[in-house]
Design a protein. Sequence first.
Length: 190
Amino acid sequence: MKKISELLDAAAGSALPVVRGIDDSRLGDPTPCAEYDVHALLSHLSQVVVNFTALAARQDADFGETPDAVTGDWRTRFGEETAALVEAWAAPGAEEGTAGSMGFPARTVGHMVLGDLTVHAWDLARATGQEFVPEADVVDEIGPALEGMAPRAREGKMFGEPFPVPEGASPFARVLALTGRDPDWQPPRG
């Protein structure tokens, strides 16, 4: 079983080129997350990364109002934030016990941020016309983990209803569909 920190390192390695590749002219573009444009999704993802870094260290997280993360050198800052996330989850004991105010097992909390980082990197890539291929180990880990979380995530409106995919869909397409995304989503033309 791979450590969450190793999987997060791989997920960050796939996400960083996408974030760095976003041109400022694309910040208002729609994403597969209907409630977020590219700018808002970048801010949300930054908030997730920062908060789950705190959760790994058994500190409080604030998921209230989302601060605007798309200021200054936001691309470099996102790289620093994901590096801090990996480091926090690599700390001795980070995967043990519970993390967060809801009392979830720490590894489950790690799966949450691993899923968010991977799926939202795909959202951003798809919205901005970039390629995104997550590491197979990451997909193998988040598939069953997110499937177990899906009923509760749907109740909390974090996942949409499952999107139908054909028999033989790739493991990552099945993960996207599980969260309510159309794996074939394309930005609107014109």
